[in-house]
Ligand binder design. Structure first.
Ligand code: CTP
Ligand code: CA
Length: 230
């Protein structure tokens, strides 16, 4: 980590950041999960605290990461728990950053006991139910002057480029800023580096050059500080 002095430009701001992946239980011993390491969200929380913000980090499941210094760290597991924690903490936050990889779906039923295989009954079929969109809900309940930042992991496809998908997601989600990560070709997930775009609701777009996750965090907080001044 760099020891150079950072600006204290986030002093007085209350910030809540989500990070890591959620786990959706199937039975007492099994779950649906994802590969999020939590590194980007942790870097965002750490940099905000270094720049003077009062930071709560709501962490789902992550790689083994040291707790960021000076940050109030709270652990959750499922998307439902993450939603409750974010709704509670967002109530008096100036800035909300949704960097968590939230499961889009959960198993429709959670078995009370471990699911057993048996030659007498057919193999189980898992049906899924859509989870609420936490970011969209936070946008709906946004306080005056509150900044809400979303994330998107995108690949280009036949329907458009990474940037096209990012612009569409920003419009759909209604957040103030959207960090668009280019994934594929070894990008983003479990990686040390990130690259992509930072899109603002007013149409401003800045490229995020490939670099360490702390560098993306710095670019993000520069944009948030600029947004809060307006
Ligand atoms: N997100 C959320 N609640 C969900 C799903 C996603 O709050 N149930 C948030 C993520 O934390 C991220 C943003 O929404 O900040 C975009 O997530 P992403 O998975 O890229 O978009 P989705 O809207 O889920 O669309 P899709 O996965 O189909 O591309
Ligand atoms: Ca999703």
């Amino acid at each position: 980590a760099s020891r150079t002095a950072l600006p204290r430009d986030l002093e007085g701001l209350r910030v809540v950041v989500s990070a890591g992946g959620t786990r959706e239980p199937l039975d007492p011993v099994r779950y649906l999960g994802n590969r999020s390491s939590g590194k980007q969200g942790y870097a965002i929380a750490r940099v905000a605290a270094q720049r003077g913000a009062e930071v709560t980090l709501v962490a789902g499941h992550t790689a083994e990461l040291p707790p960021p210094a000076g940050v109030d760290l709270r652990h959750v597991s499922t998307a439902a728990q993450l939603r409750d924690a974010m709704q509670e903490r967002a109530q008096d936050a100036d800035v909300v950053v949704m960097a968590a990889a939230v499961a889009d779906f959960r198993p429709s039923a959670r078995a009370e006991f471990k699911i057993k295989k048996s030659d007498d009954v057919p193999d189980p079929v898992v049906t899924l139910t859509r989870n609420p969109d936490i970011l969209a809900e936070l946008v709906q309940k946004r306080r005056a002057g509150q900044a809400i930042v979303g994330f998107a992991a995108e690949t280009g496809d036949e329907r458009g480029s990474v940037l096209d998908h990012g612009r569409a997601k920003l419009a759909r989600k209604g957040c103030d800023l959207l960090v668009v990560n280019s994934v594929g070709e070894g990008g983003a997930f479990e990686a040390e580096d990130n690259a992509g775009w930072l899109l603002a609701a007013d149409g401003a777009e800045r490229p995020i050059p490939r670099g360490p996750k702390a560098q993306l965090a710095a670019t993000l907080w520069d944009a948030v500080a600029e947004f809060m001044r307006r």
